[in-house]
Each structure stands twice: as C-alpha cells, then as structure tokens.
Design a binder for this molecule. Structure first.
Ligand code: SF4
Length: 287
C-alpha cells in the first residue's frame, strides 16, 4: 500500500463504510502481508468490534528504546494540532509495516465507534506499569481527552505520560474546571500549529504538562553516528553536551534526550514522565 492509499484511510476515518470499502480494496489488490492484516481488521469491524481483537490495543512488550506499555492511533487522522511536524512525522515511516498501520487505524476506529473496547483493555493492563499514551497519533477531540484522563484517574497505580500537540483541546477541557489526574504528564512536542502562540504559553502552565520537548539542529556527525539513539553510542556525550549548549544559548533550562527511554535516568526513571523535570525543556537533535 502506498502513501496515497494510506492517506485515503486518514481522510475517511469518520466514515466506517468507506473504511470497509478501502479495506476490501486492499484485500483484493495488495500483496499478501497487506491482505492478511486488512482482512483481520475487516473481520473485527464486521463483528461490531467484538472479540477477538484484531491487533493488541496496548502494546505490552515495548522495545529497547521504549520499554513501556504503549498506545497509538492513526497519525494525521488524530492530530488536530499538527503543524510543521507533518513534513518530518516519524509515525508515517511505520506505515511501511501493515500490522503497525492497521493497529493505528483500528485504535482510531475504536475511539470513534466503540471506546468501551479500549476501556476494557486499559483495565487489563497489569498493576504499576508505565504507559505511554499516543506513541503515534494524538488526542483527536475533547471527548477522547476526557475519556483517557478519566481512565488514568481510575488506575492510579499506572504512570501514564505522553507528548501532545492537541493543546487547544487540553485548554478547552481545563476551561470546564476539569480535575486532572495526578498520574498523567504530557510534553509539549514541537511542530504544533499552535507553536509560539498564546495557546502554547497557556498549555505549558497546565498542571499535567511537564514542559516542552523540542527538536534542535545538531552537527551532522552526531546523526551519522546515531549518537542521539543511546548513551552507549560513540559521541553520545559530545552530542548531549552540544544539545545542552544550544538550549542554554536559547536561555532555557534544558536536558538533552539521551535517546533510550529505558536508561534515560538512574533507577529506570525517565525524564519525559518525571515531575522532577517540570518546566525543563527536553531536546533531541533533528535526525
Ligand atoms: S528524554 Fe528520556 S524519556 Fe524523554 S524521550 Fe529522551 S530518553 Fe525518552
């Protein structure tokens, strides 16, 4: 499936019948990996999203870079705050993989058509885990934001964090006097269409916002050596010093992202989900 076909799913996200037609087209015309995964999702939709679930909703295993539970939805379809990030969005690279694409799509459809299935899966996450909400995608509406925040309040044993550009939605919910959960933190990620506006200033003041997560331009040798991926990479120390220097020059209290959330801080802690890092700008080199 090519990028234009994927974008057809994005544009049709609120029309379940159109989504089914697009899935049927993939099943008839695409290669086997795409066919099999599209069929799995179509069967799930045809059973009115009743078990068995086509793709795991909260991915449990994580990976070396992100060893936490993770939830994603369809990038662009669920990114009302997207701005310049559309030109460098890392999530779109995952669309090369059928299972990753259809997992994102499935979760976007569940949020719109049967959120109870997501709620059940959320309650089934084992005790005391860390969950990253929206590795791909973002809060698409105030209803979705309230839905997840209410779930966080119901599972105080979980540590939930994320990155968002849906700043307007957070401010809308806040204006209702909403009582935010104490176990959720978000980061203001770069590339939002609201960047450098009053919305950004107001968003950063919300109690569940840790701070900004920025991308900064660094020397090419740090990208070539993948120094931004892990502390154990050659040049990682120099890379982090360079990012810290850029932040300092910008007059920001900063922390250079070491790249691997699993060893970000001692004792398994990680900066982006830590209240100790409130107000500190975390930055990564553009890669
Ligand atoms: S600062 Fe730490 S937690 Fe945040 S993205 Fe980088 S490695 Fe992960």
């Amino acid at each position: 499936m090519n990028r234009n076909q994927a974008l057809e799913f994005v544009e049709s996200i609120d029309d379940l019948n159109k989504i089914k037609t697009l899935l049927k087209k993939v099943i008839l015309t695409d290669s086997q990996g795409w066919q099999t995964n599209a069929q799995k999702l179509l069967s799930f939709i045809d059973k009115d999203f009743n078990a068995p679930i086509a793709f795991t909703i909260f991915a449990a295993k994580g990976n070396k870079k992100l060893p936490f539970y993770a939830f994603s939805s369809l990038a662009l379809a669920d990114c009302p705050g997207a701005g310049s990030c559309k030109s460098f969005c890392y999530s779109l690279k995952a669309w090369r993989y059928p299972a990753a694409f259809f997992r994102q799509l499935q979760n976007s459809l569940l949020l719109r058509n049967k959120p109870q299935v997501i709620k059940n899966a959320f309650y089934a996450i084992p005790q005391n885990k860390t969950l990253r909400l929206f590795v791909d995608g973002d809060f698409n509406s105030v209803e979705t934001l309230r839905f997840f925040m209410d779930l966080c309040k119901a599972r105080k044993d979980l540590n939930v964090y994320g990155y968002s550009k849906s700043w307007k939605l957070f401010l809308e919910l806040n204006a209702t006097g909403y009582d935010w959960p104490s176990n959720y933190l978000t980061n203001a990620s770069s590339g939002s269409k609201h960047a450098k506006t009053g919305l950004e200033t107001a968003f950063l003041k919300l109690p569940i916002v840790r701070g900004a997560f920025d991308a900064v331009k660094v020397d090419k040798r740090f990208i070539a050596s993948k120094a931004y991926q892990d502390k154990t990479r050659p040049l990682s120390k120099d890379y982090r010093a360079s990012v810290a220097k850029i932040l300092k020059q910008d007059g920001k209290r900063g922390f250079a992202c070491p790249g691997n959330c699993g060893n970000c801080l001692p004792k398994g802690r990680h900066a982006c989900g830590s209240k100790d890092f409130k107000g500190i700008t975390v930055a990564i080199g553009i890669h």
